[in-house]
Every structure is written in structure tokens, then in C-alpha cells.
Design a protein. Structure first.
Length: 575
């Protein structure tokens, strides 16, 4: 008996009226209203996830990318059908874009699965969009390929080159310290984001783009091409063409996103000195395929892979410079001996084959040789201790080095409102050696684990010239920020983790070399505080997406995905 052929194109996923012939007839009748012929509808169908939104400046070029991808699909003999999903920008998503990342992932998964397509091109860019798309695509299981919008070009203010958002924070700090007046800071605001595209420093968007290329989910060369370059459109066209090939080959995400491929992505994270968010997001993507991230193994990798990429905030260049230096390729070549080279990529060739066939390197200043790194160890260190039983992280490459071993007195802020109210109070009892502690800014506490870990230096200390202090929280931090900042403390304060029990005056010890973060309060006292602890309440927490979120969100070490979207643990670990 011949095996039943798997339906493809318009024939897959029919609405069930009890008569498959009628379902197909009706579907085709509707899509013909879009002007398609039967001949066109017989070709492989490539879905394009269209993430244009008037609220998402980082995705301003998406309509152009859709056109270029469509052209590539047609050149390769397919038809392209674009469709919208949730699109999230960092500055327009209250309470935080992270709160909505899982919603975008669900939207992507369900629409990729529900609608007839043989493969899909995911257009991401801004911080949460790339992880959400990869999470959704991993769960949907159809052949998928990523195109990013690409970074912005740099701007200039009074002759000084600027990068979003490292310089947004730096200049705002200068404004707080009285070094830039209201008129000057407003004028700088006109220059910080001069073109379409994503933040052009080594923030989360740049980090995720480079990690995705190392993961094998993007055509080579795609991570660093600026959003407004013609090369970006050519890359999108090639992506569209390749999506047709992937449809024919059945090259699904699970064949590319293996534990070895995730390890490659984490090695890229360390070599770039990338955003700490890259860790949370890639943990969530891996979790969708039942792969767990082993934080101790990741920390050990940190000793093997130095920071090589000289980009802000750890270094001095910008993404357009990295593109001019060859993009991801020179980084991959420099860490070649650490990579799993036989990992399959979206091209149908292995990562090793792609590295070998990329153009030869040329003289450049952005990617350092291993013999002369920006920072001798990987950018991120994993901490454990009595204050973080399940882990915390610090971006050691971006911190004032003398604070990497530090004991200080805790100055506690109960939540973000408390922080906003008291931080700049001239009467706040705070010294440069103190440890600023922010509670209730984790996945459930905020909710949505905002990028609030970059606690500003209290105004009176900033005005006195203090540039860095030890700051700790269960929040995340923008990859564009810098400082001695401990993040992702788990369990979070809102889960009654030890962070939730810290009081002003307690002693806290950070020792990055020993990978320790300890609260120096005895167990008896902590037990007393635990008994008196009260959970935080959120307005509207009993209904809607907020209820789903609070009921299901996991902690940082599991990627803050929703528990019910993660398959049972398979025992497979990365890196
Ligand atoms: Fe979109 Fe920075 S706000 S990438």
C-alpha cells in the first residue's frame, strides 16, 4: 500500500467541515480574491511574519524587507504570503516588553502552525521580537529562517559619535549630574536614533542577531548589515529564495537548533561581550525544544572564551563598524576551535562549511585576536550563594573592576515606585561603598522583569562624581548599559527568595572570582523575616493575560517562558 502523501501548500491544515474537498475549494476561492491563479497556488508557500508596527521604530523598514523577501521567494519558484503577529518595541510596551514576549511567541507559534505554509521567514529586530519568533518557530516545527531588520547607523551630536542606547544613558547621567542642560539633552535626543533599525551598540538586538547567526538560523552575514544598507535588502532577497529550498527539504528548526548549536550561540554571546538578556532569551528558545541551559557549564565556558568584539558598551565601536569588519564571520573564525562545526544551518550546509566559504578576513580593528582580547574572560559570570540560591549573573566586562570583590551595606528599595520616590532624595542615607538593592523587579514582582537592574547612581553621589556602585536586583538590564550590576537573582523577591528578605543595613558580599553572592544575615533572623513576608499584589491580577502570566511564568534560569509552553525536560543540556 502506498504511503499517504503529506499535504503541502494550500492543502495543509484545512478547516474541517467534514468534506476536505469543499474545505480546499472554499479556501482557494477566498485566496483567489487576492488575485492568485491556480498555477501560483500550486507552488511552495512561504509565510512571511510581518512585524511592522507604527509603534516599532526598530522595524520601520519591514515593508521593504517583505518586498525583498517576496522577490526572492518568487525567483526560487514559490509564492510568499505575509501576515502580521504581535510586534513589540522596548519603549512602547507597558509594563515592560518582556511581559509581552511570550504573548508574541504564542501568536507566532499558533499562526505559523494554523495557516497553510511550507516554510516561514521570521522578520525580527528589536530586542524581544527575535527571541519570541524563534520560540514560536521552534514550537511550531515548520522550516523557518530568520531575517533581522539590522542595526541603525550612528548619529553625531556636537561632533561626538553617538550610539543608542549606551549614549542615551550616559547623556542622561550627564544631565542628572548637571553637565547637560535641558536644551542640550533635548537636542541630543534628536541625534541618538538617526535612522531606522535596531540599537547599534552591543545591546540585546545586536546580541540576539549575532547569536542567531551562530545558532544557524540566519543566512551568513545577516547579523550586522545596517537596516538602511542595500545589502540588507539583498540579504532579505536571498533569505526568501532560501526559504523555498528549506520548504522542499523539510529543514525544520529542531534539525538546526540542537544542543551543540545553542552552545555555539552562547560562545558567540561570550565573545561579543553581549547583553545578559541573550542568556535569558536563548534559554527560553532552547527550552522550547526541551533543552536545558546548564549555568555552571556556561560559567566554565566564560574562562575559555574572552571578549573579542570591541563594541560599546564594553568597547568603543558600533555595529556598522562590525559590518565593515566582516560581521559575524571574523568572530566565528577567532573562536573556531571552540565551536561545534558540524552543526547544520539554514543554508543546508554546516557552520564549519559556511565559515570556510566566507570571504577571507581583512585588516580591521573591531574583532580582536584572542592574543589581544578586550577582556580576558567571557563577559558574563554566573554567581551563586546565600542571596542567589538558583543563580544570578554579572556582566563583569562592563563593571568597574574594583567592585568585582566588594562587601557593603545594603540600601534597600522595596520596588520600582520606592526607587523612583527615594533615590534622589538629598536626605537618603547612602555612601559610594553601599550596595543598592532593588526588590520586586523580577518576572512576577514587576511584573515582566523590566530592564531596571541599571539602578541610577543616587543624584547626590552622581553630582559628587561617583560613576559606579554595586547594584543588585532580580531585574534584567539593557545590553546597552554598564556598571557593577548583579542581575536575574533567583528565586526572585516576589517568590520569597532571600532577596525579598534583605533589609537596609544588612551586609552583602560579592566575590566574582569565587562566583559568590552572599547575604551575611544568620538563618534564624532570615526565618523570622520569612514568616513576616507578604506577597506583592498587582492590580488586575485575577484576569486576562496578567493572570496567565503570573500563574505560568518561570524564573530567569528557565528563560521566563510559560511553564505550559515548555515540553517535559528531556535531560539534554547545553552548552
Ligand atoms: Fe529596538 Fe533597541 S529599542 S533594538
Amino acid at each position: 500500500m502506498s504511503e499517504k502523501k503529506k499535504p503541502t501548500g494550500m492543502e495543509q491544515g484545512l478547516v474541517n467541515y467534514g468534506d476536505a474537498g469543499f474545505s480546499l475549494f472554499l479556501r482557494k476561492a477566498f485566496i483567489k480574491a487576492m488575485g492568485y491563479s491556480d498555477d501560483a497556488l500550486s507552488k511552495p508557500i512561504v509565510g512571511i511574519v510581518n512585524t511592522y508596527s507604527g509603534y516599532n521604530a526598530c522595524h520601520r523598514t519591514v515593508p521593504d524587507l517583505v518586498e525583498a523577501i517576496r522577490r526572492g521567494v518568487m525567483m526560487a519558484g514559490g509564492i510568499a504570503v505575509d501576515f502580521p503577529v504581535v510586534s513589540i518595541h522596548e519603549s512602547f510596551s507597558a509594563p515592560t516588553s518582556m511581559f509581552l514576549r511570550n504573548l508574541m511567541a504564542i501568536d507566532t507559534e499558533e499562526l505559523v502552525r494554523a495557516q497553510p505554509m511550507d516554510s516561514v521567514v521570521l522578520i525580527g529586530g528589536c530586542d524581544k521580537t527575535v527571541p519570541a519568533l524563534l520560540m514560536g518557530a521552534a514550537s511550531a516545527g515548520r522550516p523557518a529562517i530568520l531575517e533581522v531588520t539590522g542595526p541603525m547607523m550612528t548619529g553625531f551630536f556636537k561632533g561626538e559619535r553617538l550610539g543608542a542606547c549606551t549614549d542615551c544613558r550616559r547623556m542622561w547621567g550627564m544631565h542628572r549630574a548637571g553637565e547637560l542642560d535641558a536644551e542640550e539633552i533635548a537636542a541630543a535626543g534628536d541625534k541618538l536614533m538617526p535612522t531606522a533599525g535596531t540599537c547599534m551598540v552591543m545591546g540585546t538586538a545586536s546580541t540576539m542577531a549575532l547569536m542567531s547567526e551562530a545558532l544557524g538560523m540566519m543566512l551568513p552575514g545577516g547579523a550586522a548589515i545596517p537596516a538602511v544598507h542595500a545589502d540588507r535588502l539583498r540579504h532579505a532577497e536571498a533569505t526568501g529564495a532560501r526559504a523555498v529550498g528549506m520548504a522542499k527539504e523539510g529543514l525544520t528548526p529542531d534539525k538546526i537548533m540542537t544542543k551543540e548549536a545553542f552552545a555555539n550561540a552562547f560562545k558567540m554571546l561570550l565573545a561579543t561581550g553581549g547583553s545578559t538578556n541573550g542568556l535569558v532569551h536563548m534559554t527560553a528558545v532552547a527550552g522550547r525544544l526541551g533543552i536545558e541551559v546548564d549555568l555552571d557549564a556556561l560559567d566554565a565556558l566564560s574562562d575559555e572564551i574572552p571578549v573579542l568584539v570591541d563594541l560599546k558598551p564594553s568597547g568603543q565601536h558600533y555595529m556598522e563598524d562590525l559590518n565593515n569588519a566582516g560581521g559575524a564571520t571574523p568572530i566565528l573564525r577567532e573562536i573556531r576551535e571552540n565551536l561545534a562545526l558540524d552543526c547544520m544551518t539554514v543554508t543546508g550546509r554546516t557552520l564549519g562549511e559556511e565559515i570556510d566559504s566566507a570571504p577571507a578576513d581583512w585588516g580591521q580593528q573591531v574583532v580582536r585576536p584572542r592574543s589581544n582580547p578586550i577582556y580576558p574572560k567571557g563577559g558574563i559570570a554566573v554567581l551563586k550563594g546565600s542571596l542567589a540560591p538558583n543563580g544570578a549573573i554579572i556582566k563583569q566586562s562592563a563593571a568597574a573592576q574594583h567592585l568585582l570583590k566588594h562587601e557593603g551595606r545594603a540600601v534597600v528599595f522595596e520596588n520600582l515606585e520606592d526607587l523612583a520616590e527615594r533615590l534622589d532624595d538629598p536626605n537618603l542615607d547612602v555612601n559610594p561603598d553601599d550596595v543598592l538593592v532593588l526588590k520586586n523587579a523580577g518576572p512576577k514582582g514587576a511584573p515582566g522583569m523590566p530592564e531596571s537592574g541599571y539602578i541610577p547612581i543616587p543624584k547626590k553621589l552622581a553630582q559628587a562624581g561617583v560613576k559606579d556602585m554595586l547594584r543588585i536586583s532580580d531585574a534584567r538590564m539593557s545590553g546597552t548599559a554598564f556598571g557593577a550590576i548583579v542581575l536575574h537573582i533567583s528565586p526572585e523577591a516576589a517568590e520569597c527568595g532571600p532577596l525579598g528578605l534583605v533589609e537596609t543595613g544588612d551586609r552583602i558580599l560579592l566575590d566574582v572570582e569565587a562566583r559568590r553572592l552572599d547575604l551575611m544575615v544568620d538563618d534564624q533572623e532570615l526565618e523570622k523575616r520569612r514568616r513576616a513576608w507578604q506577597p506583592v499584589q498587582h492590580k488586575g491580577q485575577d484576569r486576562g493575560y496578567l493572570k496567565l502570566y503570573l500563574d505560568e511564568v518561570t524564573q530567569a534560569e528557565e528563560g521566563t517562558d510559560f511553564r505550559f509552553l515548555m515540553p517535559a525536560k528531556s535531560g539534554v543540556k547545553t552548552p
